[in-house]
Structures are given as structure tokens and as C-alpha cells.
Design a protein around this ligand. Structure first.
Ligand code: PLP
Length: 491
């Protein structure tokens, strides 16, 4: 009997007192880290394979002490981390997993519930419904926008396009697409600037790359409605069936804003599903002066906004809205006996509206973030990021050695160095800016990324981190100038 109790103790989880000690230690570590993430190089300085080489290649047979594991976290893992929390992280889209969001994430891990059905944790479903309704109101959208949380915009857009395909009424759910000669070929319209995730979604849904029509953009990288309409009409005449248009509010390369009112009008006229990708730019609509970016978005059939981008929520958390939840349900609901229940139709089972069965409790961190900062606090923070980016853009505009390569509607600045000596040599300018970015990133003091606009190598400085101050942005501007001077001098 005595032996059996001992064995059972050994087979349980960590001792609660030990968990308390380590938990305090980890929280202290996080608090110190968040207080000064700038003490680390923003871009990890490890070489490929360094992290793997420092780790045993075979699994531990016996359990190890958590103190040793945490020590290895600092020794091996941390050097291989690129610090998205660093105030001078300006690459891709800068984000913040804010403190309230981190606390929510910790409790989500502790509860470890699965929100597949309402009854598998009623609060998971009902908090998701409520937080998404709050977010919808903050974004100025009407009540018929029903929402679901997914992990990423990639999955949100794929879910939306699956609904668009179902909406066509072609019996794809039952009969599939392959081998059917009764079907027209399906077309999805995006712009040259649309995020690759939308094209990937089309690939997954059997539309094929030939089924993705990339509409040209104007001088400010916005989808051209005239070209969209012409493409749709030509396709219909040639026997294609338009399935969906994706308009983007805040494209990835430049944050351009597609003209949603004109695009919505074309979609209505031709009865085509309109999906709006506001993954990055959507939260800006919370700022009263920026509300215009969501003009006509209330006419979209679906919309994605990522709280894990510019809404201070730790990755991952993406909000998908649609005015047609019944179509999502038609596309995705498949209930085996073991998932049936008697809770009735007054509850939502989120598993019926997407590809995932198991669902994390992501609404908890979003709820913490929305409550902690409030609508005003969020709007002020986003507005501050936009202001800092406008200030940086003005410095670029005022400097003869630099130029801006795209408008700056949000908090991303697209620019390049263009010293007079190289002013008309595009190939040399590409090499110079590539080398400049590499030098700046190698300092570990700032991290920028790039894109290509009209064939030109373009630097991107994205501001979206809660810890970024005007002084950080000014220091980064100085750093860019110093590195440019050093490059030019060494040429
Ligand atoms: C406009 C836009 N849409 C979609 C995505 C994809 O986001 P996710 O990483 O959540 O799939 C991005 C990523 O940066 C984006 O900028």
C-alpha cells in the first residue's frame, strides 16, 4: 500500500510548491525581460545550425531538473531569438505581445481547455462571442458581422474563401472539384500587392494558380477597380466563374489601401464574394481619425483583422468576421456521433465554422488586452505609432540623400538611400540599399526588412511596438545615416 502511494506520487505532475517557486522565477524573468528587451541584439546573431549544435541530438531518458532546463533556455535558446519585443524591431510588421496579453496567455496554458464545443468550456465560446462583438464595435462594423478566432490571417482567409466557394452552390462539398466537366473554372481576384496567404488559400481550395487573377495596382499600389471590373467581365465572357475578390486595407509591402467602396460596388454588381484583408491595417480603424480606412467594409462578405499584429495581443490570434456564418457552417460542419450533444441550437459550437476541431482559449488574452487598454488607450497607442512613422517619413522627405518610395498611410515607411553620386544608377542603388540594410541589421541595434517596389530595392521601417519611443526612431535614423556615410566612404 505504502509502495503504491509512492509510485502514484512519482507519476503525477510537478509538485505544486515547486511549481510556485519556478513560476515566480519565470514571471520575474519575464518582467525583467520586458523592462529591458533592448539589452539583447534585436536580430539574433547566431549562425545557421548553432542552436541545434548546442542541443543533445537524443531525448533525455530520465527527467531533468527544471532549474537546468531554464538555465539552458537562457544559454542556448535566448541567443537564437530575434527580439520582436525590442523597441527597434522595425521589420515585417512590428508587434507587441503586451503584458495583459501575456498574463492571459499564461492562464490559457494553465486552464488547458479545448473550445471545440460550447460544453467543453462554455466560457471559451461565450467570451469569444463577446470579445469579437466588442472588437467589431470598436472597428465601427454593424452587428451582422459574426466572428470566430483562428490562429493566423492565413487560416482566416482560407476559411473565408472556403465559404465563398460554398456560396457558389456548385456542390463542391459533396462532389469535390476534380474530374467534373459540369463545372466552370473558378477565379479569385487579388491585386499584385495582396499577401501571399490569399493565393495559398486559393491553391489549397483547388482553385489553382491559374485561377488566381492578379489585378494591377495604381501608382500608390492600390488595386485598380477599372482593371478588376474588366477582368471579371472578360472572365465571365470566357466561361470562368468569379468566386471571390480580396481587397486589402494595409497591404504587406507598402500598407496601401485598396478602394473598398468601388470594389464592393463591383462585387455587388457581379454577385461576387468580397473578402477584406485588414490583418495588419484593420486595428487602425479604432482611431477616430483613421475610421475612413474601413469605408464600405460593412459591405464585405468576410473580413480578417489580426489582434496579434497591431492590437497588442501575443501571437497567435486572428479574428475572422463574416456576414454569412450559415455559409461557413455549411462549408465546415461535420459532426460525428462522439461530438453530438443535447445543448441545443442556442449555443455556438465553434468547431462547426472552421477546419480545426481543437481550439485554444485565445479570447482570454484578447479580453485582457481590450479591457486593460480600453478602446481609447488602444486608439491612442496606434495613433502614436502613426505619428512616429509620419515624423520619420518627413525626415526622409527632407533629406537629399534619401527618398520615400510609397505613401505612408499607417505606420510603415518605405524608403531608400539615394545619394547624389548614384542618383540615376538603379542597379547600384539596389546594391547600396541591400548592403546598408545588412550593415544596420548586423549592429543588433535595429532590425529593418525590405521589399521591391517598381523594381527598386526598398527598405521598410514598420512601427508597431509598444516600447518604441520617438527617441528610438530618431536613433535609428541616425544609425541609418551613419551606416550610409560609412558605406559611401568605403566605396
Ligand atoms: C496584409 C496581410 N495579410 C495576411 C498576412 C498573413 O498573416 P498571418 O501571419 O497571420 O497568416 C499578413 C502578414 O504579415 C499581412 O501583412
Amino acid at each position: 500500500m505504502q509502495d503504491e502511494r509512492l509510485t502514484q506520487q512519482a507519476l503525477t505532475d510537478m509538485d505544486p510548491a515547486e511549481f510556485r517557486r519556478l513560476g515566480h522565477q519565470v514571471v520575474d524573468w519575464i518582467a525583467d525581460y520586458l523592462a529591458h528587451p533592448e539589452r539583447y541584439p534585436v536580430l539574433s546573431q547566431v549562425a545557421p545550425g548553432d542552436v541545434k549544435a548546442a542541443l543533445p541530438q537524443t531525448p533525455p531518458t530520465e527527467g531533468e531538473a527544471m532549474d537546468d532546463i531554464l538555465a539552458d533556455f537562457e544559454r542556448i535558446i535566448l541567443p537564437g531569438i530575434t527580439h520582436w519585443n525590442h523597441p527597434n524591431f522595425y521589420a515585417y510588421f512590428a508587434v507587441s505581445g503586451s503584458a495583459p496579453g501575456i498574463l492571459g496567455e499564461m492562464l490559457t496554458a494553465a486552464l488547458n481547455v479545448n473550445g471545440m464545443l460550447w460544453r467543453t468550456s462554455p466560457a471559451v465560446t461565450e467570451l469569444e462571442e463577446v470579445t469579437l462583438s466588442w472588437l467589431r464595435q470598436m472597428l465601427g462594423l454593424p452587428p451582422d458581422f459574426w466572428g470566430i478566432i483562428t490562429d493566423t490571417a492565413s487560416v482566416s482567409s482560407m476559411t473565408a474563401l472556403a465559404a465563398a466557394r460554398e456560396h457558389l452552390g456548385l456542390g463542391v462539398r459533396q462532389q469535390g472539384l476534380a474530374g467534373r466537366d459540369d463545372l466552370p473554372r473558378l477565379r479569385v481576384y487579388i491585386s499584385e500587392q495582396t499577401h501571399s496567404s490569399v493565393e495559398k488559400a486559393a491553391l489549397l481550395l483547388g482553385i489553382g494558380q491559374e485561377g488566381v487573377s492578379k489585378i494591377p495596382t495604381d501608382a500608390e499600389f492600390r488595386m485598380r477597380p477599372d482593371a478588376l471590373e474588366a477582368a471579371i467581365e472578360a472572365d465571365i465572357a470566357a466561361g470562368w466563374r468569379p468566386m471571390a475578390v480580396t481587397a486589402t486595407v494595409g497591404t504587406t509591402a507598402t500598407t496601401s489601401i485598396d478602394p473598398v467602396p468601388a470594389i464592393a460596388h463591383i462585387c455587388r454588381k457581379h454577385n461576387v464574394w468580397l473578402h477584406v484583408d485588414g490583418a495588419y491595417g484593420g486595428p487602425a480603424a479604432i482611431v477616430p481619425e483613421m475610421r475612413w480606412v474601413f469605408d464600405a467594409v460593412d459591405q464585405a462578405d468576410s473580413l480578417v483583422v489580426n489582434p496579434h499584429k497591431w492590437l497588442f495581443t501575443p501571437i497567435d490570434c486572428s479574428a475572422l468576421y463574416s456576414r454569412h456564418p450559415h455559409v461557413l457552417r455549411r462549408a465546415f460542419s461535420l459532426v460525428p456521433e462522439y461530438l453530438t450533444h443535447t445543448a441545443g441550437s442556442q449555443v455556438t459550437d465553434y468547431m462547426d465554422y472552421g477546419i480545426q476541431l481543437g481550439r485554444r482559449f485565445r479570447a482570454l488574452k484578447l479580453w485582457f488586452v481590450l479591457r486593460y487598454f480600453g478602446e481609447r488607450g488602444i486608439a491612442e497607442r496606434i495613433a502614436h505609432h502613426i505619428e512616429m512613422a509620419q515624423e520619420f517619413a518627413a525626415w526622409v522627405d527632407a533629406s537629399p540623400d534619401w527618398e520615400r518610395l510609397a505613401p505612408t498611410p499607417f505606420s510603415l515607411v518605405c524608403f531608400r538611400a539615394r545619394p547624389a553620386a548614384l542618383a540615376d544608377d538603379e542597379a547600384a542603388l539596389d546594391r547600396l540599399n541591400d548592403a546598408l540594410m545588412a550593415r544596420v541589421n548586423a549592429t543588433g541595434k535595429a532590425f529593418l526588412s525590405h521589399t521591391r517596389l517598381n523594381g527598386r530595392y526598398t527598405l521598410r521601417l514598420a512601427i508597431g511596438n509598444l516600447r518604441t519611443t520617438r527617441a528610438d526612431v530618431a536613433q535609428t535614423w541616425d544609425l541609418l545615416q551613419e551606416e550610409l556615410a560609412a558605406l559611401v566612404a568605403s566605396a
